[in-house]
Structures are given as structure tokens and as C-alpha cells.
Write a protein of this length. Structure first.
Length: 236
């Protein structure tokens, strides 16, 4: 059965929360090009407690009243998707191979403790929109309400929004399949919530090719309903 439900992945909002900060870089979009070909982030993040008040943000190193300081989806001052190893593994283990993702590791520190987090990077821009059903500001290409094409996204477990320039390479505007959402919830991962996407659902099934065909047949939650592929799965 084709998965028809997809969800925006976003940070869970709390008025008192933990965020990761790095002060050694400038604007996040300038770092994207610098990280080309690299598999590790050259700077370290530090955890801080953020308290939102009527007068603005209060930054603190006092974590004494926080039950959780290592969320699986960690907000940060670069507004990049900073994922725990658990979250990274759930996504990485179920990739179809068509998403074109690799991972950049990054250290996050708190006092004497350090943990590795991971940043997903897309190596190709994904065509994901149903252009006829997406709503734009009249006379422009600026999107008001995106509508995603099932034909285009049904073989992805994670994909980015339609973004200009190189902002699609590393972006917080990520979307995941319902299978990934369910695995995240089943495994009790923290720090994120989900918003259902608008998807145009009248689409033919997709097919897998080359090196990814074997991986696809072993993927228990296939997003394609191609009958021959299911025959292979049944045989395996």
C-alpha cells in the first residue's frame, strides 16, 4: 500500500527549553558551501537553557529544573536539523536511496559531557510539489500554501521543501513519511512534533532501480505498490 500521509517535522515548542549554540560561525547559509564534501562540523555546540519571557529570551546555564536536556531533535542558533544518533538511525535505516542524503556529525557539549548529533544534508534538489495545486502569491513564484505530489514523494521517507538557491541542502524545512513518524513515536524519541502535509494523492506507483532495488525489497514498509516488487518481497 502506498503511504499517503506525510508530515512536517518540527521542533517541539516549550517556553523553557534547551538549545544548542555555536558562536564561532556567521549566518547558517554561508556555512552550507563551506561544508561541501565534509562529514563533520568543524565547530562545537554548547547547550543552554532558554526561557521565553514577555521581555524576551533569557539564556541560562542552570539546568536543574529540566527533566530532559538531550532532546532527539535539538533546536539551535543555526536553525539546522540537529538530530540525535537514535533519530538519525531511524531515518537512515529506512532511506530508499532516492533521497540523496548524507550526514554531517557535530559535537554538542554540556559541562564535561559531549554527545554526537547529526545534520542531514541533501546532495540533490528534490522535485516534490504538485504545481497545479500549490497556491502562490498572484503574479509571483512565492508559495502561500504548498501541495506535495504523491507521485514525486512516495519513494522518499524524508524530503525537503521547495527552496531556492542552496538552502535545500541543509534545512529545517523537513518532511517525513507516516512510517517514520510512527517509528519515532514508538521508540519514544523527544523534542519534535508533526503537522500533516497537503498531498495530491492521485499518482501512479514508483519503481526502484539499480543498487537500491534489493534494499527496497527488504524494506518492510514500502511506499510503492508495484505488484512485481511485492512478489519479490513475498518470496524473500
Amino acid at each position: 500500500m502506498i503511504t499517503k500521509n506525510y508530515f512536517k517535522l518540527r521542533w517541539e515548542y516549550e517556553s523553557v527549553s534547551v538549545r544548542a549554540f555555536t558562536s564561532e560561525v556567521g549566518l547558517s547559509h554561508t556555512m552550507i558551501k563551506q561544508l561541501e564534501g565534509k562529514t563533520s562540523f568543524p565547530y562545537k555546540f554548547e547547550l543552554k537553557k532558554i526561557i521565553e519571557t514577555e521581555d524576551g529570551l533569557v539564556i541560562s546555564d542552570d539546568f536543574s529544573n529540566l527533566a530532559e536536556i538531550w532532546p532527539d531533535y535539538l533546536p539551535n542558533n543555526l536553525a539546522w536539523p540537529l538530530m540525535s544518533e537514535r533519530l538519525k538511525n531511524i531515518i537512515n535505516d529506512h532511506l530508499s536511496g532516492k533521497e540523496g542524503i548524507n550526514w554531517i556529525s557535530a559535537y554538542v557539549g554540556y559541562k564535561e559531557e559531549e554527545r554526537l548529533y547529526y545534520i542531514p544534508r541533501f546532495n540533490k534538489k528534490l522535485d516534490v510539489l504538485d504545481f497545479e495545486k500549490t497556491k502562490y502569491i498572484p503574479g509571483t513564484d512565492q508559495i502561500v500554501s504548498p501541495c506535495f505530489s504523491l507521485k514525486k514523494i512516495q519513494c522518499y521517507v524524508i524530503f525537503h521543501n521547495d527552496l531556492t538557491h542552496e538552502l535545500w541542502k541543509i534545512t529545517p524545512f523537513l518532511n517525513v513519511s507516516d512510517d517514520i513518524r510512527k517509528l519515532i513515536k514508538k521508540n519514544g524519541l523527544k523534542g519534535m512534533d508533526f503537522v500533516k502535509l497537503k498531498v495530491a494523492k492521485t499518482s501512479p506507483p514508483c519503481t526502484f532501480h539499480g543498487d537500491y532495488a534489493l534494499k527496497a525489497t527488504n524494506f518492510s514498509k514500502l511506499h510503492c505498490s508495484y505488484s512485481k516488487l511485492f512478489e519479490i518481497v513475498s518470496y524473500l
